[in-house]
Design a protein around this ligand. Structure first.
Ligand code: FEO
Length: 168
């Protein structure tokens, strides 16, 4: 059994992960509309991963014999600008998710919940990877993205990303 505080913050995190899925899916639609199908693929794959992140939390809460309560998911919003500007927004979003995961970790410490602390460590590592992969794309876009031929190549590269379910 987990404490009410842990239950609540994990449920809030489910909502944040599902919001992330919505956000990436709306970005995927935007990129598809402007003909950047590789960017569209990358964000669509990320959307699926975010759903997985939410579901891992879902299963964990149930597995600890606690309650899942799904709350309203906000409408995703972002500025529909250049790929660089969209990815800068992605980076800021992921930083906010990292901060949210940090808050979960801090609460497991204050609640002396070592099992959930161990569980949430995977999310801390996942956030490091996500911030790193997004910042690398931003660096490429800053270095080469002003030229259409380079943007075409980056789009092609992002089009190769394949979905694999997270190895939790
Ligand atoms: Fe599940 Fe991108 O954080």
């Amino acid at each position: 059994m987990i404490s009410d505080k842990i239950r609540d913050i994990l449920n809030e995190q489910i909502n944040k992960e599902f919001y992330s899925a919505y956000l990436y899916l709306s970005m995927s639609a935007y990129f598809s509309e402007i003909g950047l199908y590789g960017f569209s693929n990358w964000t669509k794959v990320q959307s699926k991963e975010e759903l997985d992140h939410g579901m891992i939390l879902f299963e964990y809460i149930l597995g600890r014999k606690s309650q899942v309560y799904l709350s309203q998911i906000s409408m995703p919003t972002f500025e529909m600008n250049t790929p660089l500007e969209v990815f800068e927004q992605i980076y800021e979003h992921e930083r906010s998710i990292t901060s949210a995961i940090d808050s979960v970790a801090n609460m497991t410490d204050s609640e002396c919940d070592l099992a959930t602390r161990n569980f949430i460590d995977w999310y801390l590592r996942e956030q490091i990877e996500e911030e790193d992969s997004v910042s690398k794309i931003i660096s490429k876009l800053k270095a080469f993205g002003q030229e259409n031929s380079a943007l075409f190549l980056i789009d092609k590269e992002l089009g190769k990303r394949e979905y694999t379910s997270p190895k939790y």
